[in-house]
Write a protein that binds this ligand. Structure first.
Ligand code: ADQ
Length: 728
């Protein structure tokens, strides 16, 4: 039976040193509880660091391994103190964590720590490879292990690998700062599915790939030429029922009663996070200070309970943050407090679930204002705990959770004035409005709880694998190629219909640089010279370019996607139709306007069409412009008998009905072919595939869905296949 293998930095249980040997305790944190819904030790394995450096475990590792396997379904990756320092405290928490949370100033770049990150990632990958059997699903988690998917893939090309990032994926301008950015992207592309909390993060990931590696993506599918990898959003959630029921628990109720008695009717603002500079604790305190200064009427009537869980205390940045928070709280309490009323009650510790639940159930407002947060589960936990649907969530727009919790009071965590105003608004919000807002958000969280989240991810991973398999089946494999060669050999009349750019040649930033290589010209000449064979090159390029490149080969040429044809022996090009061309002036003006507004874009004029090229333009800007331009063009061309066609990094406006497919009919219609081969990499080539008889050998270059019968990954494999055809 196949199993699920979870790979994360920490195991769901942690080793602690006791007087006699070691003991296991459940690990704190959202990941362990989050995945408990899918982690069944009988059918799964969990690979991770147990939390104690090897120096402290000494000789017990064998016994620990056995116990972890037998009682918890876990496989430990032991780390030495030095590995922990360089891989975890170092590269993970001094490089990736600050950078991905938009703190480039805090980000350190140390090559030895990168090396340690790589080495430790390899250890995790090796452990996964050892545990995995064919058919298993491997699910790798988070920023500490971004190289693991590719490391597994290299040794197990068919493995099913999912990756989920629990922190934000930053925009390109921030991500590009990382010296090892390409390695990180390639590491992640080893997965079949890369999951993120929000749609924005997934988009940033795909844009980084496009900008840095040049791989295109379409509808969430990234194509590196060999495989397709899906990127998608899966907003992580919580165990809704556990929180929703917490208020009914006797211990929780008793704890709430104790709080209420002590608070003597005062309202409660709750603030809970790990002690981390990304959580915006200092800014939040400044806002509270301002709130009390501006609203003295609220003094003694409200208490802020601020809970901070100790975190990464071995990283200096966290030590100075702690000192700063301590000092700020003392200052605020000194400034506003009176005997019998402390404005900020501060707990620097981890709390057991019931204590946390009591606070959620009690608080009149939750002040959750990270300056950057992948998701933020506290916000969801607070809402879920409130069966009465009361309480006000004040939430930072920089938390991934804000994408789902739009009914909260959304604030900018850097806007101290705005946050102070939101605190006042929260405390004064009528109960019916609280209920109205919270009811909607609670329904949303209840529907997409953590069990749904993990099931959804695993189902999409399965689908991603199926998409690959579908594309894989259509790949022109050696056995099919052998059949194709035999058919070619046996045929008495052969027709070759070939696109040029992307099919017989790579793409160049400058289209004029794509001059055919001598070997390619020789290949085309040999194909054309085969007895009873006819070769047609069908391109989007203009007549002059095609004449110059291929005119001497004695083959047929189709220019401008079907607008003009020339057969061997013809002195002139034959232009399709003689449509009036006044439309060109109007459309040219629009295309030129867009080219001026988009550095790198340019307009090309052809016989029956105008083309707006954006290959050289900034990809993000171009995408924004393309959508706008297409909208404009579609509206304008509707009554002009024109057609707007999106090609490979270009948009073409041309006379309706002029396609490569229609041009191909010129030869197909003559009949008598018993071997037809067609290859193309572009949407314009789909028009050819659509008119081919079923028995034709049609090949879409690039692993994307197509009307062609087969796919090949790139122009290289296409040239190789043609080489074999030329020889047969
Ligand atoms: P974190 O940065 O740890 O997680 P968060 O999502 O808020 O942030 O999760 C914290 C968890 O710790 C919550 O489940 C909360 O209940 C618990 N917790 C907080 N304070 C506690 C306390 N004093 N005692 C005990 N438990 C406490 C990272 C990312 C987030 C992302 C999660 C999950 O930074 O953005 O939401 O992973 O993907």
């Amino acid at each position: 039976m196949s199993k699920l293998i979870i790979v994360s930095n920490r195991l769901p249980v942690s080793l602690v040193k006791r007087k006699k040997g070691v003991a296991f305790i459940p690990s704190a944190g959202g990941l362990a509880t989050g995945l408990s819904a899918v982690f069944n030790p009988a059918q799964s394995a969990w690979i991770g660091w147990p939390g104690l450096p090897t120096e402290k475990i000494k000789d017990d590792t064998g016994a620990i391994e056995r116990e972890l396997a037998a009682r918890h379904g876990c496989i430990p990756v032991f780390l030495s103190r030095e590995e922990e320092e360089n891989y975890y405290a170092g590269f993970s928490n001094r490089t990736i964590w600050p950078l991905f949370h938009y703190f480039p100033k805090y980000t350190e770049y140390h090559p030895p720590q990168w090396e340690a990150y790589r080495a430790v990632n390899q250890r995790f990958a090796d452990a996964a490879l050892k545990a995995a059997e064919p058919g298993d699903t491997i699910w790798v988690h988070d920023y500490q292990l971004m190289l693991v998917p590719e490391m597994i893939r290299r040794k197990a090309p068919d493995a099913t690998i999912g990756f989920f990032l629990h922190i934000p994926f930053p925009t390109f301008e921030v991500f590009r700062l990382l010296p090892w950015r390409n390695e990180i992207l390639k590491g992640l592309l080893g997965a079949d599915l890369a999951g993120f909390h929000t749609y924005d993060y997934a988009q940033y990931f795909m844009r980084a790939i496009q900008r840095l590696l040049g791989y295109e993506s379409h509808l969430g599918l990234v194509n590196d030429g060999q495989r397709v990898v899906r990127a998608d959003a899966f907003p992580i959630s919580i165990d809704f029922a556990r929180y929703a029921e917490s208020g009914l628990d006797a211990e929780v109720m008793a704890e709430m009663a104790a709080y209420r008695e002590r608070l003597t009717g005062r309202k409660v603002i709750l603030s809970i996070d790990r002690m981390d500079y990304t959580k915006g604790i200092r800014q939040r305190l400044e806002a509270l200070d301002l709130f009390f200064t501006q609203n003295p009427q609220w003094k003694e009537k409200v208490v802020c309970i601020l809970v901070a869980v100790p975190s990464r205390a071995d990283v200096d940045r966290y030590q100075s943050l702690k000192r700063n928070v301590d000092e700020t709280i003392s200052r605020i309490n000194g400034k506003h407090g009176v005997i019998g009323w402390t404005p900020v009650e501060y707990l620097y510790r981890s709390l057991p679930f019931k204590a946390l639940a009591a606070l959620y159930n009690l608080a009149d407002a939750a002040l959750i204002t990270p300056v950057r947060d992948g998701m933020n589960l506290v916000a969801k936990e607070y809402l879920a705990a409130r069966r009465d649907e009361k309480g006000v969530l004040i939430l930072s727009e920089m938390a991934g959770a804000a994408a789902e919790l739009g009914e909260a009071l959304i604030v900018n965590p850097n806007d101290i004035v705005g946050m102070a105003a939101a605190i006042k608004e929260a405390l004064e919000m009528p109960e019916n409005e609280q209920v109205r807002r919270n009811a909607t958000m609670r329904r949303r969280i209840a529907r997409y709880d953590v069990a749904r989240w993990s099931a959804d991810f695993l189902a999409r991973l399965d689908e991603a694998k199926k998409t690959q398999a579908r594309l894989g089946e259509r790949r022109l494999n050696p056995a099919t190629q052998a059949r194709m060669l035999a058919a070619c050999r046996a045929a008495s009349r052969r027709l070759f219909l070939l696109d040029y750019d992307g099919t017989l040649s790579p793409y160049f930033n400058d289209p004029s640089a794509a001059t055919p290589a001598p070997e390619t010209l020789s290949l085309l000449a040999r194909l054309a010279a085969k007895p009873n064979s006819h070769l047609v090159v069908l391109s989007g390029r203009g007549k002059d370019t095609l004449s110059e490149w291929f005119g001497h080969l004695g083959i047929s040429l189709v220019a401008e996607h079907g607008a003009a044809c020339r057969e061997p022996g013809m002195s002139e090009w034959e232009v399709a139709g003689a449509a009036p061309l006044q439309w060109k002036n109007e459309i040219r003006a629009i295309l030129e306007l867009y080219a001026d507004r988009t550095p790198g874009a340019f307009v090309e004029e052809k016989e029956l069409s105008l083309v707006w090229h954006f290959r050289k333009a900034n990809a993000d800007l171009a995408m924004a412009r393309v959508n706008e331009l297409k909208d404009n063009l579609v509206a304008l061309t509707a009554n002009l008998g024109l057609h707007v066609q999106a090609g490979h990094k270009n948009i073409e406006v041309k006379v309706h009905g002029v396609t490569k497919g229609q041009a191909a009919m010129r030869w197909l219609g003559r009949g008598g072919w018993d071997f037809i081969f067609a290859a193309g990499d572009d949407t314009t080539d789909e028009d050819i595939f659509a008119v081919l008889p079923a028995e034709a050998w049609s090949i879409r270059v690039g692993l994307v869905p197509s009307a062609a019968n087969y796919n090949l990954p790139s122009y290289r494999e296409t040239l190789a296949a043609l080489e074999r055809l030329a020889e047969c």
